[in-house]
Design a protein around this ligand. Structure first.
Ligand SMILES: NC(=O)c1ccc[n+]([C@@H]2O[C@H](COP(=O)([O-])OP(=O)(O)OC[C@H]3O[C@@H](n4cnc5c(N)ncnc54)[C@H](OP(=O)(O)O)[C@@H]3O)[C@@H](O)[C@H]2O)c1
Length: 358
């Protein structure tokens, strides 16, 4: 069997990026058994890049801090082209729009793209379409399974059901690990909402400013990505989002002020709990009705015997309602966030590339 070489240019060496390097090093033997050689010739953060034709190894952190240099995207392209490295994939493990702005340039210069960054798939539909046109024109691949549900196979499953003519009527679920934890815990225990929120934050489940989770915008972005995957030409503004942040704590309130006033959340969420009927729990769900073309992010009462009602910990859960499955949805559940599962999901996308390259 002919051996294949893949060269990764890694943008972002934070939680996900650094875990990716570690996992790639650890999986080298597995790749070798399949005649695949995975090399990481460039790693970069927002200001500095480390270039090495042979690829980084376990000592990458020292190399990066000693030998990293300021760089521009053109330096990256020049290095790759100059060394004539085959099968190059730009891996975006940032949350940066700047990196996304370079995707088309990278594609034109022969790079495939694998991304954990949701921005490219949630900008306006014009950008979304232009990106896909460039990919077609230059015969390059774009994988982004980790955009929704981290390592869980959501996008791939939807895409293959859709491509096989399956009629998908609805996708519904708990899309956020942090909000899963918060409502699973808040519903099961008699504790104030603020205490549960602070606990979720201490466990590292929420963003440093928990309002980023509570705004519902991240769930909305994931919902939009799934809608577009099912050929709906929707924009972010089409998503109806019920934010969990009371108006008085949004806007001009700083993150520190929000933390100081977090107890003000207790009363409204206690009230939501009092409205529940026997056997119901609260869940923050994303719901895409393919039939009605609506996208909603909202706090709902859910039967505690349903798959969503039974969720525990910080798991995500996705229900796909499709004609061949009848009334029972196809359910995908598991850790929907975390650096280990996300990095593994990126590698799995990279491995998919080996099927289409020489
Ligand atoms: N963590 C998860 O569980 C998870 C799950 C699914 C998806 N994701 C997505 O994965 C991405 C990375 O998450 P993370 O948790 O690893 O973030 P992180 O720890 O904050 O790391 C971000 C990295 O991106 C770099 N970066 C920022 N702007 C850049 C630029 N213009 N060019 C090159 N590098 C740049 C940062 O470098 P500096 O230090 O120089 O700023 C840093 O190394 C995000 O889009 C996130 O939404 C994460």
């Amino acid at each position: 069997m002919q051996s294949k070489e893949i060269n990764i240019v890694l943008f972002g060496i934070g939680n996900v990026g650094s875990t990716l390097i570690k996992q790639v090093q650890a999986a080298k033997e597995t790749f070798a058994k399949k005649n695949i050689r995975v090399n990481i010739p460039i790693i970069a953060n927002s200001t500095t890049a480390f270039f090495s034709k042979e690829g980084v190894d376990n000592g990458w952190e020292t190399d990066f801090s000693k030998l990293g240099v300021p760089y521009s995207i053109l330096d990256v392209v020049e290095f790759i082209n100059g060394k004539q490295l085959p099968n190059v994939v730009a891996v975006d493990a940032t949350a940066s729009q700047e990196v996304v702005n370079n995707y088309v340039l990278l594609i034109r210069n022969g790079f495939h793209i694998v991304t954990a960054n949701k921005i490219a798939n949630t900008l306006d539909i014009e950008f979304y379409t232009a990106l896909r046109t460039a990919l077609k024109q230059y015969n390059k691949r774009f994988f982004y399974e980790t955009n929704v549900g981290a390592g869980l196979p959501i996008i791939e499953t939807l895409r293959s059901l859709n491509a096989s003519g399956e009629k998908i009527s609805k996708v519904r679920g708990v899309f956020s690990g942090s909000l899963s934890y918060i409502f699973n815990t808040f519903s099961a225990e008699e504790r104030p909402f603020s205490e549960v929120l602070t606990e979720a934050s201490d466990l590292g489940y929420t963003e440093p400013d928990a309002r980023e989770d509570l705004s519902g915008n991240d769930v909305a972005r994931k919902l939009l990505i799934l809608a577009r995957e099912l050929d709906l030409q929707k924009e972010f503004t089409d998503v109806q989002v019920d934010s969990l942040i009371p108006k008085k704590l949004n806007g001009k309130t700083t993150a520190t002020q929000f933390k100081q006033r977090v107890k003000e959340l207790d009363e409204p969420f206690h009230f939501e709990k009092t409205k529940l009927k026997e056997g119901q729990v609260l869940r923050y769900v994303g719901e895409l009705s393919v039939v009605d073309e609506t996208l909603d992010v909202k706090l709902v009462p859910e039967s505690k015997d349903s798959p969503i009602g039974q969720l525990k910990g910080a798991d995500s859960l996705f229900e796909i309602y499709a004609e061949s499955y009848g009334d029972q949805p196809l359910v995908i559940q598991g850790a929907g966030a975390g650096k280990e599962v996300t990095a593994r999901g990126i590698i799995s996308d990279i491995v998919k590339l080996t099927d289409v390259i020489n």
